[in-house]
Design a protein around this ligand. Structure first.
Ligand code: FES
Length: 198
């Protein structure tokens, strides 16, 4: 029997998890793949997933599962948002114009999001599928430039992404992190995987 696309995607991420070795760090909203209940397996097959972001504080990230993939929700600080325009010249695709992972129209802006404060991206590197790690602390540190402005580092081959999930120039990853379809059900509830009102 062949794998469904969802199964295939899940396996890819599991392999990537081993590569990164740190998937799941930080706030976790739902159980991970190994402990899926039947209803959660249905969600992994493609159903939209709801996320309660009421407890997410500025500077924190939470992860939800959608189609077997980790979707990150990051509540960015004013400083993190202010860093984005200054980094445009260092980005491979600063305006997200490449078509591999088209950005939904409502997130086609500098912050790559509906509400600037909240970044919603699929946490899978566009190179070979590892899951990047959080590097929100700014400044000099191992594997990062001295003027690091905060973002994500893919430990597999060193691709770096800013706080909007945009990939830096001259890195193995060819594209920015994917912005999945999503919408706000209220100020504190997000729906991942669907972006049209019923
Ligand atoms: S998989 Fe991320 S840099 Fe290669």
């Amino acid at each position: 029997m062949s794998d469904s696309p969802a199964d295939s995607g899940k396996r890819t991420w599991l392999i990537a998890s081993g590569c990164a070795g740190v998937v799941g760090a930080g706030f976790t909203a739902v159980p991970f793949v190994g402990s899926f209940l039947p209803s959660e397996r249905a969600r992994a097959a493609g159903a939209p997933v709801e996320a309660d972001i009421s407890e997410l504080k500025p500077g924190e990230k939470m992860t939800v599962e959608w189609r077997g993939k980790p979707v990150w929700i990051v509540r960015r600080t004013p400083e993190q948002l202010a860093s984005l325009p200054k980094l445009d010249s260092q980005m491979a695709d600063p305006k997200s114009e490449r078509k591999a992972y088209p950005v939904p129209e409502y997130a086609n802006n500098e912050a790559r999001s509906i509400k600037p404060e909240y970044l919603v991206v699929v946490g899978i590197c566009s190179h070979l599928g590892c899951s990047p790690t959080d590097k929100f602390q700014t400044g000099a540190q191992p594997s990062l430039p001295d003027d690091w402005a905060g973002g994500f580092l893919c430990p597999c081959h060193g691709s770096t992404f800013d706080m909007a999930g945009r990939v830096y120039k001259n890195k193995p990853a060819p594209d920015n992190l994917e912005v999945p379809p999503h919408m706000y059900l209220s100020d504190t509830r997000l729906l991942i995987g669907e972006d049209k009102k019923a």
